[in-house]
Design a protein around this ligand. Structure first.
Ligand SMILES: Cc1ncc(COP(=O)(O)O)c(C=O)c1O
Length: 375
């Protein structure tokens, strides 16, 4: 199947990335948006602690991979209960995982079509052929039922993507993969710090992959993590024999400073999400997606599902018209999307969520939404 990879950018104001100015105030450093609105779609939570950590790393004179990288790997490994390797990006972590798994004729990699095009690029670059199964509407992650229909003797791996801060229900997919003997990679790019009913997310697959990109739960600018569980104490590292794929101590210093505040950042994001959920309680036509039952997501964005495609269009117009940035879900547009993914593409909208948002900001977004689609 020939697949056109298209990113669903908003028709209005883009995600603000251009030359933000840094100001140091009493609460530390903050990123001042280059838009006239305080309502960026995403915004990393950066403070003076991050600046100090990076400065210290530079002043130490040891800026290549060293003690900061080792500390970050050990701390994340402890939190996940697995071994971790810090990589230069989440894409590289995913590439390494796929390269380890794919071989011979089994080169089809089943994933969901609600995913950024970068993931599909990595699958191809690792020698795989992407195959798209459907998603569960409540989590926007791979559906076990749909996966079962896609498994063939050519299936080499499954990449289960937890979508944009929502923690999905990966256990049914893990069980299916185990019984079919298909290696599972859990793509947790946006959910470092998230939990399932059973504990930290990222433990279900042969490999767990995380990103520290600026739009993720914590950031080192660019960066990633590969998590795995050695089958025996002597197992060599998955990156042995690879070209350089790791992180520098300067990057890891920032990653460590952010990791210090991971739970605080997640709590602050969760407060904004709670604000949205409470206000949307009065709006039957719109619902905040919260992920799998019993999970705790990382709220890298607020994904709102409308009861119709028309409702989503009305809301999108109202928000963009008032200067509020929005964005649809990412989707890989082939000949046609399967039904759950198609519904997500047509009815789900991302609205601003970051730690600097105020009650007034949340009021403004939800008021615009409810006026557009009716109470
Ligand atoms: C689901 C998913 N997987 C992998 C990646 C790749 O991560 P990185 O940007 O760190 O290369 C991303 C990036 O946005 C992603 O959203």
């Amino acid at each position: 199947m020939r697949v056109a990879c298209v990113r669903n950018w908003p028709t209005g104001r883009p995600f603000s990335t251009c030359s933000p100015t840094h100001t140091i105030g009493t609460k530390g450093i903050s990123i001042v948006s280059d838009t006239d609105s305080d309502l960026s779609l995403f915004r990393p939570d950066l403070t003076a602690a991050d600046v100090c950590a990076v400065t210290r790393a530079i002043e130490s004179g040891r800026v290549a991979a060293g003690s900061e990288v080792a500390a970050f790997e050990s701390r994340t490994g402890q939190r996940l209960g697995r071994r971790t390797i810090a990589t230069c990006s989440g894409s590289v972590a995913l590439w390494i995982a796929l390269r380890h798994i794919l071989s011979g004729d089994r080169r089809e990699v089943i994933t969901s079509p609600i995913v950024c095009e970068g993931v599909v690029d990595v699958i191809r670059f690792a020698g795989g052929t992407p195959v798209f199964a459907d998603v569960v509407p409540q989590t926007l992650a791979l559906s076990g039922e749909s996966l079962a229909d896609c498994l063939t003797e050519r299936t080499g791996a499954v990449v289960y993507v937890h979508y944009d801060g929502l923690v999905g229900e990966s256990a049914p997919v893990r069980n299916l993969c185990e019984s079919a003997g298909i290696p599972l990679i859990e793509d947790c790019a946006s959910v470092l710090g998230g939990t399932t009913r059973d504990g930290p997310v990222g433990r279900d697959g042969e490999f767990g992959v995380f990103s520290l990109h600026a739009t993720k739960s914590i950031t080192s600018g660019e960066g990633g993590l590969l998590a795995w569980t050695p089958r025996s104490p002597s197992k060599i590292s998955p990156i042995d024999g690879y070209p350089k794929v790791g992180m520098s101590d300067v990057t890891a210093a920032m990653a460590n400073a952010q990791f210090d505040r991971l739970d605080d950042i997640l709590d602050a994001r969760r407060d904004v999400a709670t604000g949205y959920a409470e206000r949307l309680g009065d709006v039957p036509a719109a619902e905040l997606l919260t992920g799998a039952p019993g999970s705790r997501g990382t709220w890298t964005s607020a994904l709102i599902r409308f009861d119709s495609a028309h409702g989503r269009v009305l809301a999108e117009r109202a928000l963009i018209g008032d200067g509020v940035p929005v964005r649809g879900v990412d989707a890989i547009l082939g000949a046609s999307l399967p039904p759950g993914a198609d519904q997500a593409w047509n009815t789900v909208l991302r609205v601003p969520l970051h730690t600097r948002m105020t009650e007034q900001d949340i009021d403004r977004v939800t008021k615009l939404l409810s006026e557009a689609v009716g109470r």
